[in-house]
Design a protein around this ligand. Sequence first.
Ligand SMILES: *Cc1c(COP(=O)(O)O)cnc(C)c1O
Ligand SMILES: [Zn+2]
Length: 418
Amino acid sequence: MSLELDAPAEAAPDVADDGVWLACIECDNVLAPFDDVVYTCPDCDSLLEVRYADLPTFDDFEGRGVWRYDDALPVEMGVTIQEGDTPLYSVPDLEEETGVEHLHVKHEGMNPTGSFKDRGMTVGVQVASELGVDRLACASTGNTSAALAAYGARSELETLVLLPAGKVAAGKVAQASLHGARILEVDGNFDTCLDIVQDLAGMGEAYLLNSLNPFRLEGQKTIGLEILEQCKSRTGEFPDRIVLPVGNAGNTSALYKAFRELVQAGELDETEVPKLTGVQAEGAAPMVEAIEEGNDEIHRWDDVETRATAIRIGNPVNAPKAIPGIRETDGTAVAVSDERITDAQRSLAEEGVGVEPASAASIAGLRKLRDRGVVDADENVVCLTTGHLLKDPDAAAAAGADPEPVPGDTEGVLEHLD
Ligand SMILES: *Cc1c(COP(=O)(O)O)cnc(C)c1O
Ligand SMILES: [Zn+2]
């Protein structure tokens, strides 16, 4: 395996604040992290990432949740609802069926608002409050809006969310609504919502908390750090592969960054970096297309459709970070049908693990890659499940058994049971 890792850290430039700065991933531009509000490189418009003069080792991590990893984060704990510390479940039936040596499910649905988005928001909203902004905003397929609404409420900042009309699961809209976000239902898909909110942010109308925001991805690195620690204590080794659903490819980018930083710190050997394996729905698979065709860039899909609404995205904004992540770790990307996603959702439910459709894509992807012989039997695999079953009650009810009407007396119930 060839794994050339760009050094994420270098001698801190003049602009660094307490050893933290922003760097463009394409040109040499470096920026002060907390002086001005900036999302992309002012010179070349590419993505930015957070860099550190000092990178932590595993021994530096103490405490619980996302903030256990504060030495790997750009700010100190502020706005928190106790995110992170999610379970790594064994799934013996799926392990046996897929025939891999170890299979675990990292269930990010067990975060405070029911998705991994909380990990990014606790960091991103803390940065927003330090920057002194007065309005937060995001475009969302649902979970980002639920998380932003909760963290916005917690930090007492006004929150604006843009959702594709009719394409967001009921639980997510309910969350955004009750936590007090102002909800704009846009006549368009997620990518249109993101175009609009980026315009608004560029005009200074709001602080953008989509995963284009480099601080959010720092929080999401902790998924990778937790997986490594939990998997090692459970199986004695780091995972060979992490299979995850891909929407905007924020997690793929964040996990890759977490691993590069550990390599840089001498905590992880290059050969130990898990293979990042992305899964998309067949109806929204521009990332799979780019990986399969060997392209460095995504071709935006204008028409996207899938039951897995959380990953109904045609223009993954973090592709320039995620494509190298998949390539350099020797991973891959695969597309799965909605039917396979629902089958996987049922299989997880049979093991007591309740997830929303997008999350089940990871298991559906693993099954397909085992069938194709891409994933070996001796692998130690972690599948990431990104959101909770209750996020999308309609999809869960449709995938499950129908309730049976019975009379209101014991005899009638007994008769029905026979
Ligand atoms: C946001 C989200 C995704 C997509 O994650 P990316 O980091 O954007 O690739 C997948 N599943 C669920 C449930 C989500 O909420
Ligand atoms: Zn640049």
